[in-house]
Ligand binder design. Sequence first.
Ligand SMILES: *Cc1c(COP(=O)(O)O)cnc(C)c1O
Length: 387
Amino acid sequence: MSRFQTKAVHAGREDFSKLCVHAPPLDLSTTYPIADLDVGTASFDALIKGEAHAHNPIYARLYNPTVARVEDAIAALEGTEACVAYGSGMAALTAVLLERAQHGKHVLVVRPLYGTSDHLLHSGICGLEAEFVTDAAEISARLRADTALVIIETPSNPTLNLIDIRAVVQAAGKVPVLVDSTFASPVLQRPAEFGATYVWHSATKFLGGHGDVIAGVVCCDEAHAGPLRTMRAATGALLHPLAAYLLHRGLPTLKLRVEAAQANAQVLAQRLVEHPAVAKVYYPGLPGAVNGHLVGTQMAGPGALMAFEVKGGHAAAASVMAKVKVLTAAVSLGSTDSLIQHPAGLTHRMVDPAVKAATGITDGLLRLSVGIEDVEDLWEDLAQALG
Ligand SMILES: *Cc1c(COP(=O)(O)O)cnc(C)c1O
């Protein structure tokens, strides 16, 4: 079972014949009967220590089989030993930050990144001192003895810059690198192949894919997964088994969805470049994209996300959002339907105005997550909204 699409269909389902089931069993138990106290105690110790499995699940904050299935499936897609799932993308990042805070107080972060990630790091809520750079080439010069983590997002939100993961890993040396790979999904990019220690997804987006699950995952080796499970058991940032079930249900079509959306995005990006109401288009598949050469090497394709700047600033951007009919004006991304939103007013509202200006988050910028509708309907809708 070595190829991606076969894993997408079958991973986390290997024991179905033995169980005589054809869909993942949904286990909603909060507690589990303990027939033998010694086995129970040993299981408790194993799960608290962060082991992936034990003879007895004990209690749902320590282990849930439905969640464990989707973790195994996503680890298989990322090509990592393990995956640890959380109740949201932000809960997953928080777990990594709290864990890394045991190793040092300093975190190096490359901007721009998702607005709430920026806010969480900038605010110091997790007890870490975050230092921000806008050029990944600055990483090696800024490393300190107490640097516990390097964080990058590629493609980045909202302007779709690409960052060379291998170069960042090299610059970081012994310091673990976390990559927010949400925009790419494991279909297009598998950061662990380039040496990233932690691969982070808001699974709310492409992995979930249908706009009905909030979830987060961190994929890594077993040595790094153990402390994350221990942290999850202590802080309780769990993925609910029903959400895990829905997440697992969407994985067989992940590649089909991402590739169909990407094909639509390529068409729309090219047409937007030509449109007289559009000043600039940010899309990794267009000439002049930041580190566009990584498409085809680090990333299998340019993806389904883009941003574009309309002429006329805030009023023009607000008008497009008000006029779309097939597209939905809403935050989030990676769903089967197309979503358009205004980063400066919504997702990146919490980001410092100076940082917004420096990273291209202008009043006229719109971010588009392209869905799998018919591309001609999407274009007609965008064209009428642009006027
Ligand atoms: C949505 C998102 C997050 C946060 O994930 P939640 O599931 O909303 O908590 C982090 N990074 C990126 C790139 C995102 O798009």
